[in-house]
Design a binder for this molecule. Structure first.
Ligand code: ACO
Length: 323
């Protein structure tokens, strides 16, 4: 049977604690004006002490299950995109599965940093299309606050914590009526590891480490690679990119989003941006922005939506779907 992988529900979770730019100016030599002008960020959410990536992921997953009208027992595949797992092992996905009270099927993590959700969505679709799994939870969840160097103003002002989740279901094409995943484009250039990495890890240092980034070099790479990925998925699907209804980007920097809009001659009002109030939540930012678009009524069933991401690796990619 030929199937389509349809997003039947999405859910979001942000920790309660909010850290404003003015709060950060008390910790490092920065200002609200600098952060807003260079990034578009005004505030970000930070997990409470003891609140783990799996806690955020579980809450987002529960909201997605409710939106999809599903029970945890209906899920037979869980993929958590994260660069900030609870533990070295087992996977955060295994912990989320237990917290949800679901025990069927497979669960594993996906590591592609800020592109992780695009990688996870694309992977889930292939599992569903192969016919061995029926309904997936695809989650992006991060607690980047745990790997930030809070004395480094060039990085600590950029990131926040959060989680977003999709329920993705294999439906026969007749039931799907044109809805569902269309295609994706995934890339990595490992020669650029030094632009953005964490300086610790199990095998290298036996520590967790801190995020290090050559921000202006990443910035220079971003617009061209993201635009090329977005154009590729649309063209490969035989779709004129200007007929796409909504762009749901990874939220790294408002200026990157504006650069992509300009390069591809898109309309700024098509871009769903959450950066002002969430900052960069890495793998969580794309599902968080998508959920925002659904919640406020912008993304409606049948709309054509283009997602994109770029992050450590460097990794980058895009995915096209009909909501
Ligand atoms: N407050 C005040 N001044 C600052 C701050 C700050 N928070 N941070 C840096 N500066 C200073 C620098 O020290 C520098 O000062 P100098 O000129 O005296 O040396 C000056 O501001 C300019 O620094 P740049 O790094 O050139 O600033 P830029 O305009 O490039 O903005 C930023 C920095 C916001 C990081 C930008 O480069 C960016 O967004 N890069 C891309 C980030 C990204 O996309 N990351 C990928 C995803 S994240 C992931 O995968 C985990």
């Amino acid at each position: 049977m030929s199937t389509k992988s349809v997003i039947t529900g999405c859910g979001a979770y942000l920790p309660q604690k909010i850290l404003t730019n003015d709060d950060l100016a008390k910790i490092v030599d920065t200002s609200d004006e600098w952060i807003r002008e260079r990034t578009g960020i005004r505030e970000r959410h930070i997990a409470e002490e003891g609140e783990k990536t799996s806690d955020l992921a579980t809450k987002a997953a529960q909201a997605a299950l409710e939106a999809a009208g599903c029970e945890p027992g209906d899920i037979d595949l869980i993929i958590v995109a994260t660069a900030t797992p609870d533990l070295t092992f087992p996977s955060t996905a295994a912990i989320v599965q237990a917290k949800l009270g679901a025990a069927a099927g497979a669960a594993f993590d996906m590591q592609a940093v800020c592109t992780g959700f695009i990688y996870a969505l694309s992977t889930a679709e292939k599992f569903l299309a192969a016919g061995q799994h029926k309904r997936a939870l695809v989650i992006g969840a991060e607690t980047f606050s745990r790997i930030l160097d809070w004395t480094d103003r060039t990085t600590c002002v950029l990131f926040g914590d959060g989680a977003g989740a999709f329920v993705m279901e294999a439906q026969d094409r007749k039931t799907a009526r044109g809805r569902g995943y269309i295609n994706s484009y995934l890339r990595c250039d490992g020669r650029l590891v030094d632009l953005l990495y964490v300086d610790g890890g199990v095998s290298a240092t036996q520590t967790t480490g801190h995020l290090r980034m050559q921000g202006n070099k990443v910035f220079r790479e971003a617009v061209a690679r993201i635009s090329q990925a977005m154009e590729w998925v649309a063209t490969d699907a035989g779709i004129d990119i200007h007929t796409v209804d909504w762009f749901v980007p990874h939220q790294a920097n408002e200026r990157i989003l504006k650069g992509v809009v300009k390069k591809l001659d898109l309309r700024p009002e098509q871009v769903i941006s959450t950066i002002a109030h969430q900052g960069n939540t890495s793998a969580a930012s794309i599902p968080l922005a998508y959920c925002q678009g659904v919640a406020d009524g912008r993304i409606k069933q049948g709309d054509l939506v283009l997602l994109e991401g770029m992050g450590g690796g460097l990794t980058w990619g895009a995915a096209l779907l009909r909501a």
